[in-house]
Design a protein around this ligand. Structure first.
Ligand code: SAM
Length: 307
């Protein structure tokens, strides 16, 4: 297995200790441990994400999408996870006789190994890149792994797990003429909070805390829906854990006291109206949207974009 490491495990461990100290855990820690990766896999297979799979399958089955890629095709997946959604497109490219070179980029060692080994089993040439896609330097290094024209993928509402206004600009900067970006977003629905408030999602949100010895009896996990006032139609689900008794945890060599009543901010997901997602990509990110593939359940949309 060939994985280039730009972000080491000891750097992640150091950042995790600092994040716990700051009571604010960014997205990458929710996939770091084997327990977290397993919890994400359960979420990603849950009914909430079934429409998304159909949206990517619809895109992969579209002859006009496939026709625009000449062989060989370099596929760089930002936040690839286990690569299962990426493989829907790559299998369709191979069925259309395109050679594919795959570059899954992810901060999670467990998930990048899963993406690489599944690609190897499918006989796809693969080079993993373990990197932090919120770093503009890592993003540029990862995007330089292949020559243009290349296709960037961002699936599973990965864009919405960062500040999407900053992240889309960084990703757009990595695109050259002839490159494509295929990115999905989760759409705001009436029952969005209820649809997220499941046992799988709770286990996923809680997994990094379990890793430092926090238990369900130490406090309460809350999901909240908020608006991002920077643009109409931008919403987000935030999660936090409020301690109900004093908690003492150990990270690296530090002992950290978290007194009763404190909140630890966990990761979040942006949700968009259809218009806000278009605005984000085309006006804010200065990309042209070529085609959109809404999921049949109306929960997601996947867009093919170019410069
Ligand atoms: C919502 S999951 C989506 C995974 C996959 N694309 C899918 O469709 O199932 C987000 C992915 O981004 C990765 N990730 C989160 N933060 C990251 C960061 N700062 N740098 C690199 N990868 C990150 C996670 O490890 C995870 O695999």
């Amino acid at each position: 297995m060939d994985v280039e490491v730009l972000l080491t495990e000891s750097e992640i461990a150091q950042e995790f200790a600092e994040a716990i100290e700051a009571r604010d855990l960014p997205e990458k820690f929710f996939y770091w441990s084997a327990l977290s990766a397993q919890a994400w896999t359960a979420v990603s297979k849950s009914p909430l994400y079934q429409g998304l799979v159909r949206s990517w399958a619809g895109l992969a089955a579209n002859p006009e999408v496939i026709a625009q890629f000449k062989s060989p095709v370099s596929v760089i997946s930002l936040g690839a996870g286990d690569g299962s959604r990426d493989r829907l497109l790559m299998e369709a490219l191979r069925a259309a006789r395109r050679a594919v070179k795959y570059f899954p980029v992810d901060a999670s060692q467990t998930l990048i190994e899963a993406a690489c080994s599944a690609a190897e089993e499918a006989d796809i040439e693969v080079q993993g890149i373990k990197a932090d896609i919120s770093s503009s330097v890592h993003l540029l290094l990862a995007s330089d792994a292949a020559e243009s024209p290349k296709v960037f993928l961002m699936s599973g509402n990965t864009l919405g797990a960062f500040d999407p206004l900053d992240q889309i600009k960084q990703v757009a900067q990595a695109l050259h003429s002839g490159d494509r970006l295929i990115v999905d977003g989760e759409l705001l629905c009436e029952d969005t909070v209820a649809a997220h408030d499941t046992l799988e999602n709770k286990a996923f949100a809680f997994a990094p805390l379990v890793g430092v010895g926090i238990t369900g009896e130490d406090g309460v996990l809350r999901f909240e829906q908020k608006r991002d006032e920077r643009h109409e139609g931008l919403h987000l689900i935030t999660r936090n854990f409020k301690t109900e008794r004093d908690v003492r945890i150990t990270t690296l060599s530090n002992e950290i006291e978290i007194p009763r009543g404190e909140r630890i901010s966990l990761n979040f997901n942006y949700l968009y109206t259809r218009e806000a997602f278009r605005w984000l990509l085309s006006e804010h990110g200065a990309l042209k949207i070529q085609t959109e593939f809404p999921s049949p359940d109306g929960r997601f949309v996947t867009a093919v974009c170019m410069k």
